[in-house]
Design a protein around this ligand. Sequence first.
Ligand SMILES: Nc1ncnc2c1ncn2[C@@H]1O[C@H](COP(=O)(O)OP(=O)(O)OP(=O)(O)O)[C@@H](O)[C@H]1O
Ligand SMILES: [Mg+2]
Length: 453
Amino acid sequence: MPDNPNPGQQLPETTALEVRHLTKFFGRRPREALERLTQGAGRDEVASLGTAAVIDADFDVRRGEIFVVMGLSGSGKSTLIRMLNGLVEPTDGTVTVMGEQITDVAPKRLRAVRRRRVSMVFQHFALLPHRTVRENAAYGLEIQGVPLAERRARADRILDRVGLGGWGDKMPAELSGGMQQRVGLARALASDTDILLMDEAFSALDPLIRREMQEQLVELQQELGKTIVFITHDLNEAMFLGDRIAVMRDGRIVQLGTAEEILTDPADDYVAQFVQDVDRARVLTAGNVMEAPRAVVTASAGPRAALRSMRDLQTSMVFVVGNGRRLLGVAHDRDVLRLVQRGERDLAGVISDDHPVVGVDEHLSELFGSAVESQLPLAVVDDQGRLLGAVPRVTLLAALGNVPTDTAEQAIIATPATIPVDVITATLHRTAAAEAAAADATPAPAAGERSPA
Ligand SMILES: Nc1ncnc2c1ncn2[C@@H]1O[C@H](COP(=O)(O)OP(=O)(O)OP(=O)(O)O)[C@@H](O)[C@H]1O
Ligand SMILES: [Mg+2]
């Protein structure tokens, strides 16, 4: 990544955190260690001097994203996140928080940025045992100097949001672990900072509660638009939460990408091994695996255009779309051929809606039912019902099983043709003349017999 050509200039509006060449070395002779690390040495090679906890981390976190840092124990995750709010001072490199550099600044300035911009949720709740739930939730506001009445009101609002309405007067010890972690989250949210740092925040929770917290975090993030840096060593958690994921190994970030990129194109054997056990069906969405829907016609183009398109693409079906590419259904070659033979000009009568349609954000785990019920490729639509792509059954199975598609049967976007090309071409020819002649005659053929195709 290129260096910022204008250090000290304002960051783009979209950047929450800018991390440049960040290194933390614990031990003797940090300069010497740093020099060797800069020349490409690994953690092992400087081990005689100390521990290179984080080596040359360089990335941006965008505003409003959930950025996950993942890696085995000892890979440097906690050290990294603690440098993001100045709890650990880097050996080298810079951190810029919402446009303000926090490295190499006076402690007072650092505290001010931290108070306003960043709050942290820890693994072990870190609640104040002798204060009520409400006082704990309001703690960050107290530090910020918010008056009592206002901080009580804000704490209660946030407690409501995290599902703890009515618990404000209890003491932390009266709450279950999951509830205590909600208080920790409420405390971080109540401060209303732009950025939340969460270090293994859900790791101490049992699986069901954990899942619930993950879902709630995503919801809150969408509602409040916070930027979240989330550390975990649980890959499924990382994949579920992360807009992007940084994978750390021995102090270095070895891959940075979306869950899909990491799953489908791991940077090295370490990452590949890491992602081996991921539940792909819960991570990948229809949008991740869909392909361009090749056979598409607009309803207004009529039966002849639809038939021509199916012939040219050698397929037995087309997706039919209306205005704005809104999906109306599919049309099959035999039905369309019959319309053409009868000289009809409207596709509407043969558009069927009995094929599977799925939302672009639906996880593959939710697509199984549809895929089993129908031979047709799954149509993928957005929330306005617009056709975005198609998922052939083969692609779906390949994505799940991690089977390379090139050894399986070809991933077909549309079902193969069932009517020979020359039959279609002949029909189009034969009917073209008749159609021209009858251009303004009322097309009212009696409901025809099934024509042999
Ligand atoms: N204050 C310290 N002094 C010396 N070494 C440290 C210090 N903090 C961390 N380390 C070392 O730096 C390395 C990275 O530690 P860190 O806590 O960042 O890892 P982690 O990825 O968060 O691990 P975990 O998943 O176990 O929490 C480890 O080898 C650790 O022993
Ligand atoms: Mg840690």
